[in-house]
Design a protein around this ligand. Structure first.
Ligand code: ATP
Length: 634
């Protein structure tokens, strides 16, 4: 039994190919983790690095509390099961299972006990005397599992163990492995390219693509809240329908215009959309799962549905369900290879539709997905980080949610009277307090409840593990200091105080590593130096390194920089400074342009990156960068 921690793990093969990039995750004891993704995405490489069969290029791997980067596979207390079974053909099943115990010189009686127990649990006792060639694929895979079980490993690693089996056997072995996991109460990590295995077996799934983790979450959350278009398309059969669209903002409604058809964007969606700026003509990708499109009948509640005509092109009757393929563009005949207007609909088999027929389909508007047209990231937030509410300012009074509050001085700078939109972090909303509203909707995300509270014209999001009575009024409070105001012609700024310095590592003595930037030398703390050497060895001294740090931290190290200009936001003032061509911001302490000032550097809190290979050597991901809008301030 063991937990695992993977921190900024990279694999760069000798030919320079980066198979795994910045893989970080904590795996709790007894979890069943599934790595899934298309061929070549890096899932086996990651598993093999955990097993110790592949060297870790950078990053830290812990099993339990122990960093095992430099441990041999046999010292990691793991057992691995391969797709190919890897059984010894000349040995009996018994000897195959017993082999590793014999090598470890476990007493004979103990070996016999463990082999028989494992065989019993896998239902292969009657084959113990047979050779592998006299077994079916499924039985061989059980032997391979048995060989892993007898070692009582802390962690089970399984690399596509079922992909050599036929579909029926795969399904039954799938549930056997799930049962085995429950019985053994051990951590399992399972690699597959089969999304059905991932969805049915994993307590959590890691979706990978081209060496990058796309999303780590429970099967349910991956399905309901895919982080991007790739995950949305990879998980779920038949695949989610995607359409390129543009927003069409009309007075009564916002529409998603796909060219051949338009659907409404329900108002409920708006507060959850990440990028609040929705203007006509802005591109967006619409996603709808085949099970969220129905064959329309007039008994359906059409408030949350949009009805579109579609011409049926293919009908696949699968017994319990039917997959209907239809074309949404009734005007144009499209070539056989153009499926951009095709819709896949998953429905129960008792519907009877014929090829060539035009049918009315109903799109469930509550269940659509939206993706940014450029980045392909989902624009719908599961739990919004920030939402905006309408408010009014008069003097130093802000009216919001039907109450008036006096603005703290820090917020007052550059604020004019009139209507404003207030950005409120969801984390700043608490249950109980002076504001009140009505709960209009509830989502359950992981262990949290997300309540949508209507207060005046605004929707307020309240995240809480508590159950709140859905009837009547609910009271809430907001931490005013966490609010941000924005109006028509100003934005209350917060400047990003992260700065990036290019450095070279130098070794003036055996005990001390230093960073050199221009003529400045900085002593690197011993633990940081050690981590960097562990990762890069002697090559560290030839590597281009960058240090990302917060200029507002007190630090033991200092360097001189020149003030270029002062940015004045009223209560907040920042100095823009230059250090040999590198420009960044520091908090102003009454500086003037042209001053030479001292900047602090704290390597303990910095993010140190190998620039040549673009891998993190030490430190944490930086805080989310905030865009600096110089145009308004300077
Ligand atoms: P599959 O399901 O096909 O096994 P995978 O997701 O498990 O795919 P990996 O086996 O982890 O993929 O391989 C990830 C990438 O690394 C692939 O593009 C592969 O070609 C590449 N790769 C693997 N081994 C090496 C190697 N020794 N040298 C260079 N590149 C390699």
């Amino acid at each position: 039994m063991a937990s695992l921690s993977l921190k900024h793990i990279y694999k760069v093969y000798d030919n320079g190919f980066k198979a795994v990039n910045d893989f970080s995750m904590d795996i709790a004891d007894k979890e069943f983790i599934v790595f899934v993704g298309p061929s070549g995405c890096g899932k086996s490489t990651t598993l093999r690095m955990i097993a110790g069969l592949e060297e870790i290029t950078a990053g830290e791997l812990k099993i339990g509390d122990v960093v095992v980067n430099n441990y041999a596979p046999k010292d990691r207390d793991i057992a691995m099961v391969f797709q190919s079974y890897a059984l010894y053909p000349h040995m009996t099943v018994y000897d195959n299972i017993a082999y590793s115990l014999k090598i470890s010189k476990v007493p004979k009686e103990e070996i016999d006990k463990r082999v028989r127990e494992a065989a019993e649990s896998l239902n292969i006792t009657e084959y113990l005397d047979r050779k592998p060639k006299a077994l079916s694929g499924g039985q061989r895979q059980r032997v391979a599992l048995g060989r892993a079980i007898v070692r009582n490993p802390k962690v089970f690693l399984l690399d596509e163990p079922l992909s050599n089996l036929d579909a029926k056997l795969r399904a039954s072995m799938r549930s056997e492995i799930t049962k085995l996991h429950q019985r053994l109460q051990t951590t399992f990590i399972y690699v597959t390219h089969d999304q059905v295995e991932a969805m049915t077996m994993g307590t959590r799934i890691v979706v990978m693509r081209s060496g990058f983790v796309q999303q780590i979450d429970t099967p349910k959350n991956i399905y309901n809240y895919p982080a991007n278009k790739f995950v949305a398309g990879f998980i779920g059969t038949p695949q989610m329908n995607f359409y390129d669209a543009v927003y069409d903002v009309k007075e009564d409604n916002i529409y998603l215009d796909m060219g051949f058809a338009k659907i409404r964007l329900l108002k409920d969606f708006l507060p959850k959309i990440k990028d609040q700026v929705i203007v006509s003509g802005k591109k967006v990708v619409v996603g709808v799962r085949p099970e969220n499109i129905y064959l329309y009948n007039d008994k359906m509640d059409s408030d949350k549905l949009d009805i579109i005509d579609a011409k049926v092109t293919v009908v696949e009757a699968l017994g319990s369900e039917t997959i209907v393929y239809a074309d949404l563009d009734l005007e144009n005949e499209r070539g056989i290879t153009d499926n951009s207007t095709e819709v896949r609909i998953k429905m129960l088999s008792n519907f009877d539709v014929k090829v060539g027929e035009t049918v009315k389909i109903a799109v469930d508007l509550e269940r659509i997905h939206l993706f940014d047209a450029e980045s392909e990231e989902s624009v719908i937030q599961r739990i919004p980080d920030v939402f905006s509410s309408d408010a009014n300012i008069e003097g130093n009074k802000l009216s919001i949610y039907g109450k008036e509050i006096t603005l703290p001085e820090a917020v007052l700078s550059q604020v004019h009277d009139g209507y404003v939109s207030v950005n409120v972090p969801t984390a700043a909303v608490e249950l109980g307090g002076k504001y009140s509203g009505e709960i209009v909707h509830k989502d359950v995300v992981d262990t949290q409840n997300l309540y949508w509270i209507q207060s005046g014209k605004s929707i307020v999001f309240l995240k809480t593990p508590l159950d709140v009575n859905l009837e009547g009024k609910v009271n809430f409070d907001i931490n005013i200091a966490a609010m941000k105001l924005s109006g028509e012609d100003y934005v209350a700024h917060r400047i990003n105080l992260l700065a990036k310095l290019p450095v070279q590592a130098v070794l003036p003595s055996k005990e001390q590593l230093q960073f050199k930037s221009n003529d400045d030398l900085f002593n690197v703390p011993f633990d940081i130096a050690q981590k960097m050497f562990n990762t890069k060895g002697k090559k560290l001294l030839k590597t281009n390194i960058s240090v990302l740090f917060n200029t507002d931290n007190d630090g033991p190290l200092h360097f001189k920089a020149k003030v270029l200009s002062i940015l004045d936001y009223g209560d907040f003032k920042y100095a823009k400074v230059d250090y040999f061509g590198n420009q960044f911001f520091v908090v102003d302490k009454g500086y003037n342009s042209g001053d030479e000032i001292t900047v602090n550097l704290d390597l303990d809190d910095a993010l140190i990156t190998d620039e040549d290979m673009n891998i993190i050597l030490v430190g944490q991901e930086p805080r989310r960068l905030q865009k600096i809008d110089n145009s308004k301030a300077e």
